[in-house]
Design a protein around this ligand. Sequence first.
Ligand code: HEM
Length: 418
Amino acid sequence: MPLVSTVPPQQDDPAAVNERAEKVFFTILENPPESDPAEHYAWLHANAPVFTTGNGMTVLSRYADVSAALRHRSLGRGKESVQHLTDLPPDVLEPVMARWRRTMVFANPPLHTRMRRAISNAFTPYHVERLRPVIHDHAHALLDALADEPGGNFVSRVSSPLGATLVGELVGVPEADRPLLAKLSPESMRVFDPMTAVAELPMAAAAEMRMAEYFTALMGERMRAPKDDVLSRLTAAHKAGELEDVEVVAACSNLMNAGMDTGVNLMSNGLAILLDHPDQIEVLRRDPGLALRAAEELARLDPPLNLNPRTALADCEVAGVRVAEGQIVISVQGAANRDPSRYTDPDRVDVTRDEGPCLTFGGGIHFCMGAHLGRIMVSELLTCLVTHFSAVKRGGPPERRLGHNIRAFLDLPVTLRR
Ligand code: HEM
């Protein structure tokens, strides 16, 4: 196993290395479509695996450091995702924040522990496994329709409708309402993107409000007539006094937001890698039993979220450096997944790789609740592709989607032959 990166260390003085590291970090954050993050990750591993930016953010890229930081008891949720919102008028900001402070994503213990327990009871591996046939059948139908349209966009024709169906099915959103949620969810998430123009923030906040109103109404329906879905189980937890109504509503928006876009992007990013490595499609075709391993490998190589921020809740030490209370620590999960001291030949695409779980789904108390669903979504999709289609090829030049800490495609043209 190689222990050093293939990128030679830079010989400059420490200030110059830090300055370059900061530029590399912001390039990773902004994800310009023409740049390949792999070379930036390799540069960080070789030159600045731990460094602090001019505005005081400590940035980590080694697997061991990232894994430890995500589990660090003194690192939690603070203002790292909302510090840009100070320009919003309080009457717009407050209702949004009142809900978001009550979601797992933004909470610290003990609130986080209580929310997480109630939601994990409503969303167990058993409930996720029951979705496996739904995923397979729906993926097959969508891929089959795409086969009639050589060069059709995999994102709009397959991964987006599949992601919306799965998360909608899980949470309990009726089929007719899923397109509305698929529109509102990314709009509402723009509240938390520091790149959103101040003038557009109220629109994003309005989308968040509409989602909340939607789930309040649906919760009322489930109070009267429960079904077998996450919303009904959360409503039962509310009746039992375990969750407040605002927490049930916030949890549903949170599950939709956390699951839909990331799931769609995981499928699209994974397929894009395979289209560039047709030999790996053939490996899978010979042994479809490798699909789950392949899903892990594709998630490792291009995570939909390549950065994961935490805030120091107290003065502490992280990766050998002192971090003061309030300071932000950014884990570059995408880089950790390609750490040469953790993975053999980390940039090689190998669907048979068996080197343990990657950090694409985070870690510690905030570890992604949809990780199992995400893995089976991709593995069922791959199984469908190699068992039902004799050729899977690129159908034209892809177009990446722009956004802070988002690795995604707008257009991924694919040509399938039955
Ligand atoms: C399939 C691709 C997905 C990816 C790459 C992904 C990634 C992530 C990441 C990186 C985190 C933060 C973990 C941390 O801070 O340590 C997270 C949290 C979370 N994810 Fe996912 N996710 C995916 C799918 C889903 C799905 C399908 C759902 C649910 C339907 C979901 C629900 C959540 C929730 C609720 C959290 C917050 C957990 C907490 O704060 O305790 N995710 N996810």
